[in-house]
Design a protein around this ligand. Structure first.
Ligand SMILES: Nc1ncnc2c1ncn2[C@@H]1O[C@H](COP(=O)(O)OP(=O)(O)OP(=O)(O)O)[C@@H](O)[C@H]1O
Length: 273
């Protein structure tokens, strides 16, 4: 954990990681995910699960203060999201990544220190030490000078995780980090996530894959799409994995889809009115 910088309000470590009270998030005044009332305790790992368009990314952006709060209340690490952002590391979806820039992996990881240092201050010896340590940790030290866009998908994903971790965040948010990864890269990322959680950091990870939730998370928030395409998504269940990932809740959230849960295959069809 980082210490609060001098002069800053003391970090309230007794506050939950996330507190949502009837919160809703969206864009340009339009709500995309709603009815969120829950507490995420520090040190937990929450799988955010739901069908396409149910608002997983929007909720993650709301936690970062990048989507509008259209109703209710949100506190992140005891602060307003925009203020808490400096204490959070995030991994956006891979398809939102610009891999055409001529930057090395080392430079990408160094970007994780910009918030602390300012973008135009050189990274000093301590910063370089931290970059080396985090690259080593994710198993990418030999690739430090490699152009980021030339790395494999799994290596890029670990590089972005390193960028998130280099600033020693209290919480990390990951948007579909397992998409497109083969089994080996998936296992490596899972192991890293378990380590990150063992350090006491809070993890929120969106995924379509219920097996990943089982392997890396303590809790699940299941989001369901609105009944009509324009309705906002909303929670179908939240709790520990066993409480939240019941066949009934999963079937409710994943309407018109086939999903597997504990070797059961669930296929549900949306009821027509
Ligand atoms: N920047 C944006 N501006 C306006 N609407 C958006 C924006 N991003 C997402 N939306 C809309 O918000 C709704 C929820 O999208 P979101 O990406 O949060 O869902 P998701 O559950 O993450 O979906 P997926 O699994 O496909 O990534 C969708 O209807 C989407 O079109």
């Amino acid at each position: 954990m980082t210490e609060a910088p001098a002069g800053a309000a003391p970090a309230a470590h007794d506050t939950p990681a996330i507190l949502l009270r009837d919160a809703a998030f969206g864009y340009a005044g339009r709500t995309r995910v709603a009815r969120l009332s829950l507490t995420v305790e520090r040190g937990s790992a929450v799988a955010l699960i739901g069908p396409n368009g149910s608002g997983k990314s929007t909720l993650l952006r709301g936690i970062l203060g990048l989507a509008d709060l259209t109703a209710g209340e949100v506190r992140v690490l005891g602060e307003a999201p925009v203020r808490a952002r400096r204490r959070i590391g995030s991994l956006p979806q891979a398809d939102q990544r610009d891999t055409s820039l001529p930057v090395t992996l080392r430079q990408v990881v160094g970007m994780g220190l910009y918030r602390e240092l300012g973008a135009f201050r050189p990274i000093g010896r301590e910063g370089r030490r931290r970059i080396d340590a985090v690259l080593d940790r994710v198993g990418l030290a030999p690739f430090a000078q490699r152009r980021f866009g030339e790395l494999s998908g799994g290596q890029q994903q670990r590089g972005i995780l390193a960028r998130a971790l280099v600033a020693d965040p209290e919480m990390i948010l990951l948007d579909e980090p397992f998409n497109g990864l083969d089994r080996e890269n998936r296992e490596t990322l899972l192991a890293l996530l378990r380590e990150v959680r063992a350090e006491g950091r809070t993890i929120i990870v969106s995924t379509h894959d219920l097996e990943i939730a089982r392997e890396a998370c303590t809790h699940a928030l299941l989001l369901s799409s609105g009944h009509h395409p324009e309705d906002p998504g909303h929670p179908a269940a939240y709790g520990t994995l066993d409480d939240a990932l019941t066949l009934e809740a999963v079937a409710h959230a994943f309407q018109d889809t086939t999903v597997e849960l504990d070797r059961h295959t669930v296929t549900t069809t949306r009821e027509t009115e």
